[in-house]
Design a protein around this ligand. Structure first.
Ligand SMILES: Cc1cc2nc3c(=O)[nH]c(=O)nc-3n(C[C@H](O)[C@H](O)[C@H](O)COP(=O)(O)OP(=O)(O)OC[C@H]3O[C@@H](n4cnc5c(N)ncnc54)[C@H](O)[C@@H]3O)c2cc1C
Length: 385
């Protein structure tokens, strides 16, 4: 008889602990300074590469660690418990940067790109969103026409993570490559190496949160890449990115769960230390109940993403579970961050306190990789509405 068992294997548990220690010992002491300076944490990313985090779900033959998507999500959750900029750098590099190449690339593309992406020497990015809209991604305006064995790309992509660091090696962009038989836009994915003439990376956006993560606008002006840079089948770009986003939602749910749990960690610590009216604030039931509710939400969010990951690993449809996990965990991350800030009183509004960073970092979780409205649309659609 099958047993419902969400205990982690020894390997997964060891990985989780290793990343938790890394987040505590390496990330926590320095990340506030990077954040304050809006600076990409190259040194931390290099050490994440040495730990093998960028190669977690990929086979060893491509330089990966031979793990699975669950391993990646566990690492993301533990990083986000301490800092979300670092966690999203890993999430975007693996699930948006390298994964499309692993899932849809030719053998040659995999051998060319994956070893460097897996080692963290190089970061990949995924350019889907455009200034004119992200939710309606099928309305892509960027075009690519085939000319003398080359794709000539024109258009603009907005808000692309990891796209302009010194170690960014490529961005996979979606572009309209023609019109299908049904009269709809034919969308394909194309790999554009960094530094290709005609490909310009803007300066970093000034953001509310994720300040130590790299986010840029990209423009393509008669940018030419070889025909062989097509990723996957021509015209399958839309289906490919839907698949990538379904998986990515589990990773974002893990990230949101980590942030929500980090809010609990910080609040418990602070509630034991901070005195008011002659005793630690943690002695007051009002504070205890807030923290108990925060823990309940983080715990439930974790179960939601575990369930989605379990279905994915079993090879079962997981679209609805991934959307539920992403929707729930991102909304409770915002709630937990607000409550953690409240528990910290005035200090919660000071950037030097981790909860202030968590509060600033939480909101984007309800927007990136599909807004909460889009998740609700997906869930309703899965229910046949
Ligand atoms: C920091 C950051 C990093 C990002 N990284 C990446 C990246 O690496 N790659 C990438 O491709 N994109 C990235 N994005 C883009 C992100 O995925 C989009 O911002 C998101 O999908 C929403 O798209 P939009 O901003 O164009 O909003 P819009 O699509 O314009 O939506 C605006 C509002 O309208 C709502 N809405 C839209 N359509 C409907 C509807 N049918 N019914 C109800 N409500 C609707 C939305 O939910 C939202 O509230 C990033 C964004 C940020 C801010």
């Amino acid at each position: 008889m099958p047993v419902l068992d969400y205990r982690l294997t020894q390997e997964h548990e060891t990985l989780r602990k290793t990343v938790a220690e890394f987040a505590h010992d390496v990330v926590a002491p320095v990340i506030a300074e990077y954040y304050e300076r809006d600076e990409f944490p190259y040194d931390i990313v290099r050490q994440m590469g040495e730990l093998g985090l960028f190669g977690l779900p990929f086979p060893e033959e491509y330089g990966g660690m031979g793990g699975d998507y669950l391993a990646l999500c566990l690492a993301i959750e533990e990083l986000a418990r301490v800092d979300s900029s670092v966690a999203i750098t890993l999430e975007a590099a693996v699930s948006l940067g390298a994964m499309p190449i692993y899932r849809f690339g030719t053998e040659e593309q995999k051998r060319t790109w994956l070893p460097k992406l897996c080692s963290g020497e190089m970061l990949g990015a995924f350019g889907l969103t455009e200034p004119g809209g992200g939710s309606d991604a099928g309305a892509t305006r960027t075009t690519a026409r085939l000319e003398n064995g080359e794709w000539v790309i024109n258009g603009t992509k907005a808000f692309i993570t990891n796209s302009g660091t010194d170690i960014t090696g490529l961005v996979t962009v979606t572009a309209v490559t023609g019109v299908g038989e049904d009269g709809r836009k034919e969308i394909s994915s194309i790999i554009v190496p960094s530094g290709t003439p005609g490909f310009t990376v803007s300066k970093k956006y000034s953001k509310v949160g994720w300040n130590a993560s790299d986010t840029r606008e990209l423009s393509f002006d008669d940018c030419r890449v070889p025909e062989a840079n097509l990723l996957g089948e021509r015209g399958r770009g839309y289906a490919q990115f839907l698949q990538i986003l379904d998986e990515g939602r589990i990773a974002i749910a893990a990230l949101a769960t980590g942030l929500a749990q980090g809010c609990v960690d910080e609040s418990v610590k602070y509630a034991k230390e901070r005195q008011a009216f002659g005793q630690p604030i943690g002695k007051y039931q009002a504070i205890q109940f807030k923290i108990a509710d925060m823990e309940t939400r983080a715990h439930t969010a974790r179960l939601a993403w575990y369930r989605a990951a379990e279905k994915m690993l079993r090879g079962e449809p997981f679209k609805k579970e991934a959307a539920i996990a992403k929707l729930y965990s991102s909304e409770i991350a915002v709630t937990n961050a607000r409550e953690a800030t409240q528990i910290h009183g005035g200090y919660g509004f000071m950037n030097e306190f981790p909860v202030a960073r968590m509060w600033r970092d939480a909101k984007i979780l309800e927007i990136g990789e599909g807004t909460s409205e889009v998740q609700r649309m997906l869930i309703a659609r899965e229910l046949g509405l």
